[in-house]
Every structure is written in structure tokens, then in C-alpha cells.
Write a protein that binds this ligand. Structure first.
Ligand code: ATP
Ligand code: MG
Length: 422
């Protein structure tokens, strides 16, 4: 991709209403555009990151054996009355059609998935199973804030599992917890696993996944060594205590809730009278778990964890492109032709290795191009100029490190592939 052609550009000035690093950097870098409080457009750069995050989530959910579905955001009022949540959930957006019919805009999907699962479940032979989707959610948050961290319209992966007995539910829940730990590790985040109360899901057991960042809105007491954590509000332990999980020392920390999983028991299957036939031919209640990850919040949390004074420092796994080629202009026409040809060769060789490349081909000075590359935060910057070309080389600099080195053009593609794997 040529930067001159890319839809959405960096801007010199930080947005005046940005209240957090992710709000400022994602908008200034040309990743998202603020539409109104809690609502953003995702531009190609931002969408690329969001898709990578969602693909990591998808791979780990598929590895659990869950199947992907896609459910509507426009939902019948009757389902929400069935569970008692039409009145019970303060963040639920409610709509009225021109014929005065009422609908909910999904803030979560238990009301849709439970009757869906019921339709296809008769006996114990069909259980257990899990389905998930990656979809847009709507919540009437009183205060939308912190960029993409707390939106009124946002992206979420939500998975729902259905079981014949508690032991089976707990076994799947434990596997889902491990899958979540993998997802966040692949996104480069340091995450604490916090046992919590169920919130609007009012479940028996739930775990929150808290990504550690300075700017997190949740206060934690968490272990320095392992992933154990407690929410400060409900903590039974205090700073300095020994970690009950590994014996390490507990410290005060701040986190962003990036995921939450719940043992729902029969809360929703009771509401919809969802039974299965057991192996003795008797009717029994289905048990249910639900598992959420805020994928757009995750993008914001990654920015909160990975930025410096110059911009974003994306982890390789979720960067919008792998490599940012900065082509510097020459005043000499012949030299410029050689630079252009070298850039095309680099692009072609890297594309052949499935390396994603953004080329800054604009007619701008080095200072501006370097500042934009730092702001956008692609993990590897390659500079090609009159000077590097004279040595048949490019300048190689990784985002977040100060050192640059010279790399010969004929070994470049191989070295990039090696670096990407490392
Ligand atoms: P919070 O406590 O932050 O309001 P929640 O506990 O109400 O979130 P859940 O119902 O557990 O959220 O939703 C699952 C996940 O969806 C959360 O862990 C979070 O990552 C994400 N999420 C929830 N609300 C928002 C929001 N307003 N904007 C962006 N992501 C959100
Ligand atoms: Mg939650």
C-alpha cells in the first residue's frame, strides 16, 4: 500500500477532546475518526488492527471447538421481557419503529442465542456445544470516554456454551479461561485474571481479564509474578500479602477490563424453559456459560500499553502493516528513478513472502515522514534514500529502539521474514 493512496492520514494536531493516549494517538495517526461521544469510524489502518485482533480471538475460539455464528443487533422486545431485562438493564438502547413496535439494540446476546440454541437441542446427544460471534454491541453508557475503551457502539466477541451438567460446564469454562490468556498474550498484553461478581449477568462465578496499564480505570491488588489478581473494591487481600496462587508479592495495579467470562447456570435457560432429554428419557435444564472479549477496547488497551512520546509502538502480532518503507526523495532525476525502482523491488519481494508493507511515497521531507512513521507505529521502518542506495542497502530501524543499522538490499527480504518470526 502506498501512503499517498491510503484513505485517512495522520494529522499534525492532537484532537482537542482526547482524554487518553488511545483517543489521541488512534485519531491523530489516522486509525479512527470520532463521530460523536462513544462512536467512531474505523479507517483502513485502524480496521487492519481490529481485524488482526479479531482474527487472533477467532483462532483461539475455533481451537476450543466453538463455531462462529452471526446474530442480529436488532432484537425483539419479547425476548428481553422473557428474561426480565427489558426493564432490568440500564444501558439497553430501545427503539420504536414507525408502527410503534419496540426493539432492543443488542448490548449482549443471551436473549437471542438461548432460543437459537434451544431450537437445535433436543437430547443430551446434541450437548455440549459452544457458538460465538464477533459483532457490534450498543450500550447506552452514561459517560462514554477514553477513546475506544468505553464506547456506546463497540465491537465484542461473545461466546455461549451449553452443557448437560455442572462438571462439564466447569471443564469448558477452565479451557475458555486458558484460551483467553492465550488471546491476550498474543496481543502483547500483560493480563491479570480476577475473580469477580457477575454484574448485569448475575452469575455465580465470573472472571475478569484486566490488562495492566497506567491509565486503567479498575484498581487491582495483583501478583507481581503470576496472573492472580483481585478487584480492589472486593479484595480480601492487601498490598504486601503473599499471593495465594504462587506465593509472590501482591501489589496495587491498574487495569482495563478486556474480557469477562461467566458461569450463568440456568439463569437464561430457566427464562426460556430450555430443557434437554437425558439418557433416561427425562427432561433436565440446560446449563450455560458466556464469554466476552471487547475487541475494539482491546485495540485501545494495546495502544495504552504500547506508546511513547512519539506515537504508538504496535506489537508485531497486531500492527496494521509489518513494515513501513520510507522512500526519501532525491533532487536528481536519475537517482530518483533508481530509488523508485528499488522501492518497487522491495515491495514485490516482501509481498511474495506475504509481508505487509506500507510505503511512504509522498513528496515530503524526511523529518515529516519519520515523525509520521513514529506516530503510526509500524514495528519496522526501512529507509531508502540516495545515500543508502549508493551502498546497495536500506536503513533498518525497529520502532521503540534507538539504533538503526544498514542492511544489504539483496538480503533484505530474508532478514525481514526472519525478524517477523522472532
Ligand atoms: P465495564 O465494567 O467496563 O462497563 P462490563 O463489565 O459491563 O464492562 P461486559 O458486559 O463484561 O462489560 O462485556 C464484555 C466485554 O466487552 C468487557 O470485558 C469489555 O472488554 C467490553 N466492553 C464492555 N463495555 C464496553 C464499552 N462500553 N466499550 C467498549 N468495550 C466494552
Ligand atoms: Mg464485565
Amino acid at each position: 500500500m502506498r501512503y499517498s493512496q491510503l484513505f485517512g492520514k495522520t494529522s499534525k494536531n492532537a484532537p482537542s477532546d482526547a482524554d487518553s493516549p488511545n483517543a489521541r494517538l488512534l485519531e491523530q495517526g489516522g486509525f479512527v475518526e470520532h463521530v460523536m461521544a462513544g462512536v467512531y469510524s474505523w479507517l483502513p489502518l485502524g480496521l487492519s488492527v481490529l481485524r488482526k485482533v479479531e482474527q487472533i480471538v477467532r483462532e483461539e475460539m475455533n481451537a476450543l471447538g466453538a463455531q462462529e455464528v452471526f446474530m442480529p443487533s436488532l432484537q425483539p422486545k419479547e425476548y428481553w421481557e422473557t428474561t426480565g431485562r427489558w426493564e432490568g438493564v440500564d444501558v439497553l438502547f430501545k427503539l420504536k419503529s414507525q408502527t410503534e413496535k419496540e426493539y432492543a439494540l443488542g448490548c449482549t446476546h443471551e436473549e437471542v442465542v438461548t432460543p437459537l440454541a434451544q431450537k437445535f437441542t433436543r437430547s443430551y446427544k446434541e450437548l455440549p456445544f459452544a457458538v460465538y460471534q464477533i459483532n457490534t454491541k450498543f450500550r447506552d453508557e452514561l459517560r462514554a470516554k477514553s477513546g475506544v475503551l468505553r464506547g456506546r457502539e463497540f465491537r465484542m466477541k461473545d461466546m455461549y456454551s451449553f452443557h448437560t451438567n455442572q462438571a462439564d460446564l466447569e471443564a469448558f469454562y477452565a479451557r475458555a479461561l486458558e484460551a483467553y490468556v492465550k488471546v491476550f498474550a498474543r496481543c502483547g498484553l500483560d493480563v491479570k485474571v480476577v475473580q469477580a461478581s457477575g454484574g448485569i449477568f448475575t452469575s455465580k462465578v465470573s472472571h475478569e481479564f484486566q490488562a495492566l496499564t497506567e491509565s486503567g480505570e479498575d484498581a487491582l491488588i495483583a501478583c507481581e509474578k503470576c496472573s492472580f489478581g483481585q478487584n480492589s473494591e472486593i479484595a480480601t487481600l492487601k498490598e504486601g500479602d503473599a499471593c495465594p496462587s504462587c506465593g509472590g508479592t501482591l501489589k496495587k495495579m491498574k487495569g482495563i477490563e478486556v474480557g469477562n467470562i461467566f458461569d450463568l447456570g440456568t439463569k437464561y435457560t430457566d427464562a426460556f424453559d430450555f430443557n434437554f432429554m437425558n439418557d433416561e428419557g427425562k427432561q433436565e435444564r440446560v446449563l450455560m456459560g458466556c464469554y466476552g472479549i471487547g475487541t475494539s477496547r482491546l485495540v485501545g488497551a494495546i495502544v495504552e500499553a504500547y506508546n511513547d512520546a512519539k506515537g504508538i509502538v504496535w506489537p508485531k502480532s497486531v500492527a496494521p502493516f509489518d513494515v513501513h518503507v520510507v522512500a526519501l526523495k532525491s533532487k536528481d532525476e536519475e537517482t530518483q528513478k533508481l530509488i523508485d525502482a528499488a522501492v518497487s523491488t522491495i515491495e514485490r519481494d516482501l509481498a511474495a513472502q506475504r509481508v505487509e508493507v506500507l510505503v511512504d511515497d509522498r513528496d515530503k521531507g524526511a523529518g515529516e515522514k519519520f515523525a509520521d512513521a513514529d506516530l503510526i507505529g509500524i514495528p519496522l521502518r526501512l529507509v531508502i534514500s540516495e545515500k543508502t542506495l549508493a551502498a546497495n542497502a536500506v536503513e533498518w530501524k525497529e520502532r521503540g529502539t534507538a539504533d538503526a543499522e544498514s542492511v544489504p538490499l539483496d538480503r533484505l527480504a530474508a532478514l525481514v521474514v526472519e525478524w517477523l518470526k522472532a
